[in-house]
Design a protein around this ligand. Structure first.
Ligand SMILES: [Zn+2]
Ligand SMILES: [Zn+2]
Length: 87
């Protein structure tokens, strides 16, 4: 059981590394969070960690707009930072 959990954690780690690398390949359009991590471009869904906490909406940390997941937005896993497409 322990090893299965380790495996899952490793898989998630690989997936998050991959999405960061993919965002990096897109180059100029990549946005970074205040900590300097490249943010993932998301659209049409609330990130899993927010859903676990009971949130149904994503808020922009710059303009405070709500429901920004209706269009595309930038999300950082490391600090839960989000920016809407307008910002
Ligand atoms: Zn905004
Ligand atoms: Zn971050």
């Amino acid at each position: 059981m322990r090893s299965l959990l380790d495996l899952l954690a490793k898989k998630n780690d690989i997936i998050s590394k991959l999405s960061v690398e993919i965002a990096d390949l897109k180059g100029a359009n990549a946005k970074r969070c205040p900590k300097g991590t490249i943010m993932a471009k998301c659209k049409g869904f609330v990130p899993e960690e927010y859903q676990r906490e009971g949130y149904q909406s994503v808020y922009c940390d710059k303009c405070r707009d709500a429901q920004i997941q209706a269009d595309y937005f930038w999300h950082c896993d490391c600090c839960g930072y989000d920016i809407c497409w307008r910002c």
